[in-house]
Design a protein around this ligand. Sequence first.
Ligand SMILES: *Cc1c(COP(=O)(O)O)cnc(C)c1O
Length: 374
Amino acid sequence: MHTSSGGIRQISLGDPILGQGESDALRAVIESGWVTMGERVQEFEQRFAQLHRQTDGVAVSSATAGLHLVLEALGVGPGDEVLVPSLTFVATTNAVLYTGATPKFVDIESLESPMIDLEDAARKLTPRTKAVMVVNYAGYAPDWQRWREFCDAHKLAFVEDAAHSPGLAGSSRWADAAVYSFFSNKNMTTAEGGMILSRHEKVLSDCRLLRAHGMTASTLDRHKGHVSGYDVICLGYNYRLDELRAAIGLTQLERLPKWNQIRNRLSRRYRDLLPERLRVPFSSEIPHTAHLLPVVLPPQTDRAQIMQAMREAGIQTSVHYTPIHRFTLYRERFPGLSLPVSEEYGSRTMSLPLHAGLTEDQVDFIVSTLTRCV
Ligand SMILES: *Cc1c(COP(=O)(O)O)cnc(C)c1O
């Protein structure tokens, strides 16, 4: 939690919590001699699915890989358009580009609710629109039911980018597929890794096929003597998760509900202490996993200067996010695109430290430091 740099105690933005449990789990895998695609991966898939009231999942090497697979499994490809927010991590829309489809950028609702806007999505529908990617920004639950109705009305696939929200009640229930991330700064980690959940057996089985080269049988199946050979029936990838990571994941998963509670409590404390001019977006009533603690700075504030002052006080801050359509790759592909609300939010937002290892005293210190800076 604290690292010493130049004598200043640093409070980091987000820290993984790893300890004896993870070490023991890793040692057990090493001693077993079976290091990838074995029973721990299967158990991790099932336990993670159960937490979200699904029957099974598909573990993958990252959420980015998972998003790519579900888009393919849902039939998204060249010539199709996918409605996406711009206020998200770039992996969300890179996954669309991998399939050969075109991301169609949608603005957010407002500075108070920086979630992909359904009205703007409706305006951006074309006969080529094939799917929607809804991101649970900062871990907050969007109105999934409204998106489900929208997708049904327009015959679109509904993908939930749930990278910020493992363990969120209702997540994966409405979408055709939901994808979670276990990167090191997420609510739980396997260092690198991700998970696909879906209500559709066919989506899961297609993702399983695509995850491992399009092969009809896994190494484990063959090892166990279930089958002797295999066929390759489509162009797949190597997006597998290994046993070591699954073992860490199983250990982390047990503590996830508790960690999400701690994050929620800290997030509420921030809301209670921050002054009116430093607003935390979203109503505190919306269920969330408190992945991020973004604030919206007053207009005309010099954000870089505030971030520098916070750094000097030993507090790490960040920006979630620079809207994707402002990055060079996307600016060149989609020139002249304007999303005024995302742009204003992106220029005024700043994320404060939030993780399950943070203390209430540290939150108080962060709030008083920020209040002094602004
Ligand atoms: C982290 C993140 C991803 C990508 O996750 P990886 O597991 O690192 O590939 C995708 N979408 C969002 C919104 C993220 O925050």
